[in-house]
Design a protein around this ligand. Sequence first.
Ligand code: SAJ
Length: 411
Amino acid sequence: MISKSSTVGVIGLGYIGLPTAAILADHGVTTIGMDVSERNVTAVNNGEVPFVEPGLREVLERAVSSGALTASTQTPVADAYIVAVPTPFTDTHSADLSYIEAAADGIAAKLSGGELIILESTSPPGATEHMAARILAARPDLGPADIMVAHCPERVLPGKIMEEMISNDRIIGGLTPAAAEAAKDLYSAFCKGEFLLTDARTAEMAKLTENSFRDVNIAFANELSVISHKLGIDVWELIELANHHPRVNILQPGPGVGGHCIAVDPWFIVDAAPEQANLIRTARETNDAKPEWVLGRIEQALEASGEAPTVALLGLAFKANIDDLRESPSLHIAEKLAQRAPDAKILAVEPHIQKLPAPLEQFGNVALTELDEALERADVLVLLVDHDVFKSLPKSRLGSAAVIDTRGIWR
Ligand code: SAJ
């Protein structure tokens, strides 16, 4: 039985694992975080957050200084484990389960029987069963009845993780009903949302479904923006008007869909049922094609502004008010533009980072630039991310530059 006196090992101290570990510890549960990165582990033990997430630093500092949270590069002995490692996709859009497998191997070596093992990483259908089988294969002395395994997908929104981790409802899919109940006990330590118990496969698919739903809706908005541009219609006004209908709720177009979730998860469904997942695949392709459409518009504007133009790209993160560049369409646009317009000077403005991201370093024509300087120098201004600092700019600051606003903030 998992109780407040249990020790919990959190495997992977990234965007999800670290907030989970900090919140668990802050609610009095002895928590040991494990990460393969020595740098991350040292940062956590010093109460420092290695990435931007509002509110996390305060909770982490409390958790570490109370002694409830420690971090290590070794998998700890614990009563329960939460696995929160990445599940990237391969070149063929299949899920890469190698991080889950490595976590399973580390945990297997520490088990004595009776432990609860929760997979939180977003996973294709069957991944939880795969993780359990891998653990049991490494420990022939244990049988399926000796461990409890569940999938509890995280559904928090980056930028609001600290609130949503506590208030969101939680889907809990057990390989057995007892495993689901044990996981519910563990999350009860801090989660105030409703617990929705099911089997592991349905839980895996529920998480993928939520993100695919959002991807399809954004693809609809992105397609509308391309159609509206052709027809000379303001897509943001169009969507605002349509959304006044009581049963219409269209999301917002942008430069494409990024991040490690919505741009990735629908592919796991396509990979699991390629013949059936037509709409989901088309939505992914529509969103993936949007950066190229934006690039075309930038190239036209550069041509119109004569020789050796200066272009400012406002925002590189995958969405507003964070520093996360994973699968970022804005970063992709910056990279492609640097390649395709060697004569242009590219000023990349990203207030949330201090250093030009590695993929842009190889180009001599890109510089990380302060907003004020970029506004002063740009012939073409491209708004890629709706960071608050850009939203609060008065229109008068845009000067005489040609403006391409992919988020509709300066209409
Ligand atoms: N985006 C648009 N238009 C919109 C909304 C988003 O273009 O109207 C773009 C964003 O700019 C970004 C991408 O979509 O590039 C994804 O951003 P997001 O805010 O929609 O989602 P994430 O990836 O930060 O978080 C999602 C959330 N899922 C849902 O809302 C269904 C979150 O709850 C999940 O926990 C998270 O994925 C995850 O980890 O799976």
